[in-house]
Design a protein. Structure first.
Length: 210
């Protein structure tokens, strides 16, 4: 892994190589971070992928973060990995509920699923995405569950009913107040002797009678 000094040098190289773009570079929590705007995002990511000193050719993850109190409430975070240099970098861009972020599926094929997940969970829109559909929720689902202001009641959930032999919709039931918790480990709570346990039983010592 790269040292803090190496990360700082790489950050200066990135900043020097892209003087016309709007972004900031800093080292935080032992990681190199680039904070850019929507207009510069594709150019920054293209440079990070193709530059000989960077070669961040793998998009490990893309995720959203919600800050409802901000005007641009969403952070979109791109975690990149350079196998060549064994180095990671984090790229952040902000947006609001209406303004789209350019899709990076042309640069990183794995972004297709990640961007669909961010759209489904947060409502972050990605322009020029080839197939921006919901990924984890049902087709008729309304809203985006990972937003901080998403209501916890008034929605329906879908499940397969074994008795009716069909998919049914029913109101969401939140019964956290009535849940009970068992803090035993699986081994402590298991009383039944499983097949093979008899082999682990301590052998009785055989003593000859005097």
């Amino acid at each position: 892994m790269a040292t803090i000094k190496q990360l700082e040098n790489l950050g200066r190289h990135i900043k020097k190589s892209l003087p016309k773009l709007s972004f900031r570079v800093k080292v935080e929590y032992g990681e190199l971070m680039v904070l850019t705007d929507r207009q510069s995002l594709l150019d920054v990511l293209t440079f990070l992928k193709e530059d000989i000193k960077c070669q961040f050719k793998m998009l490990v993850d893309l995720c959203g973060v919600d800050y409802p109190e901000r005007a641009e409430r969403f952070d979109v975070v791109y975690n990149l990995l350079s196998l060549r240099h064994n180095t990671r970098i984090r790229v952040k861009v902000t947006t609001d509920e209406q303004t789209p972020i350019p899709s990076v599926t042309e640069l990183y094929k794995t972004a297709g699923w990640f961007e669909r997940e961010a759209w489904d969970m947060y409502g972050i829109f990605f322009s020029d995405h080839p197939d921006l559909r919901r990924l984890l929720t049902d087709y008729g689902f309304e809203g985006h569950p990972l937003r901080k202001d998403f209501p916890l009641t008034g929605f329906v959930e879908v499940r397969y009913d074994e008795e009716e032999k069909r998919v049914v919709y029913e109101p969401v039931k939140l019964t956290q107040d009535f849940r009970t918790f068992d803090f035993l480990s699986p081994w402590e709570g298991m009383n039944e002797i499983l097949p093979g346990d008899e082999k682990a039983a301590p052998a009785k010592s055989k003593r000859k009678k005097a």
